[in-house]
Design a protein around this ligand. Structure first.
Ligand code: SF4
Length: 291
């Protein structure tokens, strides 16, 4: 069993959507537990973060930002590619068109993420009043057309039914998403969903198994703030193949997830995986020294 680890650089928490998504604690002003203050990482900061990720042995990073940050995300991608050999996933939601996707591809993006969150259109509109499901779906098709890996995720436990989840799996199979993040909803204080409970872990495990059985994509991604260290082995045994939002101990910035103000720490994760006999693609200096 080989599990991939993906790190993260939050490039900017500015988001131009006039009404923020009801579950979002990432965008500026959404939650006092989140970043709250607006920030954008300059190239020097991106370089520092990317180098610390690569030095830790992690091979892949996600660069993310809210809507309205294309130039910034492109600059961040160019910086990561100039200074490291990291594979890069870009996540700016549905804020893309064909030309922007081509530009990201030419600059070296390996995967582009556009989460649909739920295929229940009514629920989507209720939780994301300023966003467009149809636009996001178009972006997914354009990413595929361009021949870049598509990552498109399911937000679990935001009011969708079992039938909605089945329809979502069917759609992701049809559009041939190579990577499927499954994000267990977590409430962020100060947001409209602050009093909603996260779905139980067995519901997450069930969904992972279904996605594995019915699609078996290249990656089933579980971002770290949506699980904790106690659930890590269980989700991998259910079929997760990529653990995301993981940073090394010496990462130069504080990382607050979209779902929860925390990230996974590589140095805590690796011993857990090793004691369960699960290998990763992370190449640490200690591993090198043993060769
Ligand atoms: S979830 Fe993404 S698109 Fe929605 S408000 Fe937050 S940053 Fe913007």
């Amino acid at each position: 069993m080989l599990v991939e680890i993906t790190s993260t650089i939050h490039v900017s928490n500015y988001c131009s959507l006039p009404v923020k998504c009801h579950f979002c604690g990432f965008a500026a002003g959404t939650s006092p537990e989140g970043y709250f203050q607006n920030f954008s990482r300059l190239s020097e900061d991106v370089k520092k973060a990317a180098i610390s990720i690569e030095k830790s042995g992690i091979k892949r990073v996600s660069l993310s930002a809210g809507y309205g940050n294309f130039s910034l995300i492109l600059r961040a991608l160019e910086t990561v590619k100039e200074h490291t050999n990291l594979k890069v996933l870009i996540n700016v939601g549905g804020d893309l068109d064909k030309q922007k996707i081509k530009t990201l591809k030419s600059a070296g993006a390996d995967t582009i993420c556009c989460n649909l969150e739920t295929t229940n259109r009514e629920l989507f509109q209720k939780l994301k009043p300023s966003d467009s499901f149809e636009q996001r779906l178009k972006v997914c098709f354009w990413i595929k057309e361009e021949g870049i890996e598509l990552s498109s995720g399911i937000l679990l436990g935001i009011g969708e039914t079992e039938k909605d989840r089945e329809a979502h799996i069917k759609l992701l199979k049809e559009i041939e998403a190579e990577e499927i993040p499954i994000m267990r909803f977590q409430p962020y204080r100060g947001t409209p969903l602050e009093n909603k409970q996260p779905p139980p872990i067995p519901t997450l495990i069930n969904l992972i198994k279904k996605v594995k059985n019915e699609i078996n994509p290249k990656r089933i991604t579980i971002p770290f703030p949506t699980i904790d260290y106690n659930n890590l082995i269980e989700v991998i045994k259910a079929g997760a193949t990529n653990i995301a939002t993981v940073i090394p101990e010496n990462y130069p910035f504080i990382v607050k997830g979209v779902a929860k103000p925390e990230a996974g720490i590589l140095e805590k994760i690796l011993p857990l995986l090793s004691s369960a006999n699960i290998k990763t693609n992370v190449k640490t200096r200690e591993a090198d020294a043993k060769l």
